[in-house]
Write a protein that binds this ligand. Structure first.
Ligand SMILES: Nc1ncnc2c1ncn2[C@@H]1O[C@H](COP(=O)(O)OP(=O)(O)OP(=O)(O)O)[C@@H](O)[C@H]1O
Ligand SMILES: [Mg+2]
Length: 272
């Protein structure tokens, strides 16, 4: 689905990606984490061909991204930018979401149906006639998400989707990712939000200074202090408590609230 091999990318003197290799399979849901400037955004811009490898290659659906245009790729690979203002420009929310659909040449009735669907999915229906620029930051971000989901790409890449979202919207976003996965979509999410990853992602790729320093099961990686320190991440709160209580027999690799509750109850129960 996405294959990155030996990828290097520099902006002038600044080396943003150093020999990055990874594979993302069809239907996978993957988080990409790492410190500010680690190269996350640079990496995902290679997935829809916005950036082309300077060394190594990126293949999407088996095709080298240097051999296709961004327009061709973006029909199947939807990228939702870190800053929604780089993506929004239409006069109303409705037009904004319809724009890509029109561009891809969908018939009018399909456009109407898809826009309505996306508006409702992202809780934006009541804002459909507003200007995107009159919306709050969190709402603008959701418009950017809706405008990509509306044309139904096979791969959806989110850059920092939880920033500016309140708890309820974050929960909706988690549900949305599950929905996309159940439809067989491939979902890649760049985020600093470790709790969001612990709860929703089976696999994490960690970048640090342009290199992949870890790639694998979330439970293994998010409870590995060495990796987390390198990427300037704090462990999930549940994990931090587990470490504090490890002398009492609580396992160190816990991620979820029910797990730590059960581990503590087991110890307390044993002493009663
Ligand atoms: N357009 C650009 N011109 C010059 N340097 C850039 C450009 N975009 C990114 N960089 C540099 O490349 C490196 C990687 O940047 P990138 O945006 O990929 O990091 P990131 O992991 O997404 O960071 P953040 O968590 O802050 O979003 C940084 O050192 C950054 O300063
Ligand atoms: Mg970034």
């Amino acid at each position: 689905m996405i294959e990155v091999r030996g990828l290097w990318y520099s902006y002038g003197e600044i080396v943003a990606l150093r020999n990055v290799s990874l594979k993302i399979e069809l239907g996978e849901v993957v988080a990409i984490m790492g410190e500010n400037g680690a190269g996350k955004t640079t990496l995902i811009k290679h997935f829809n061909g916005l950036l082309k490898p300077q060394r190594g290659y990126v293949k999407v659906f088996g095709v080298d991204t240097r051999e296709v245009t961004v327009a061709e790729l973006s029909r199947r690979v939807g990228l939702i930018f870190q800053n929604p203002d780089h993506q929004l420009f239409a006069e109303t929310v409705w037009d904004e979401i319809a724009f890509a659909l029109k561009n891809f040449g969908f018939p009018k009735d399909v456009i109407e149906r898809r826009v309505e669907w996306a508006l409702k999915l992202l809780d934006l229906y009541s804002l459909k006639d507003e200007s995107p620029f009159a919306l709050s930051g969190g709402e603008r971000k959701r418009v950017a998400i809706a405008s990509v989901l509306s044309y139904d790409p096979d791969i959806i890449i989110f850059d920092e989707p939880t920033v500016g979202q309140d708890y309820a919207q974050k929960e909706r976003l988690a549900q949305l990712i599950k929905l996309l996965q159940s439809q067989g979509k491939t979902v890649v999410v760049v985020t600093h939000d470790i709790e969001f990853v612990a709860e929703n992602f089976p696999r994490v790729v960690v970048l640090s200074r342009g290199e992949v320093i870890a790639d694998g099961a979330t439970r293994k990686i998010l409870t590995d202090n060495e990796i987390l320190e390198k990427a300037r991440l704090l462990p999930p709160q549940v994990t931090q408590i587990a470490w504090e209580l490890s002398d009492f027999g609580v396992p160190r690799d816990l991620l979820w609230l029910p797990e730590i509750r059960d581990a503590i109850l087991k110890i307390v129960g044993g002493r009663l």
